[in-house]
Ligand binder design. Sequence first.
Ligand code: ZN
Length: 147
Amino acid sequence: MNNTVTDTQLLECKDCGAVNRIALEFLDKKPVCGRCKATLTTPPWIITEANFTSAVEQSPLPVLLDLWAPWCGPCRLMAPVIDQLATELVGQVRVAKLNTDESQGIAQRFRIQGIPTLLIIRNGREIERMVGAYPKAAILQKLREVL
Ligand SMILES: [Zn+2]
């Protein structure tokens, strides 16, 4: 286990511009800039078939998973909302995105009928889904209801 390479994410600080290399395991823990100590903007986790088990099913936090595709207009409308939620919910909910064109097996497994679809997954199990584009307030409301 110890000889695996730790996955990291590069995050640019909005305050000072420093590029911070953050281990994935710390993305959920409100990472701060190494130079100026500002809280870093955390992006959604990018999920593929390769990391679905470790990053979603085994996540210690509930996961909000956005299933999308590049050709889907409503998905592109949702993208900035998902980005905002990733930072606002850091430490509470792991916000993640899965491109259904690239990971069709997972889309089939969850019987995704249309996109965008948002799945709320806790302890590896789907506990809620929202089909279609929703405003941020509706997504937050749903999270409050089910978590
Ligand atoms: Zn900084």
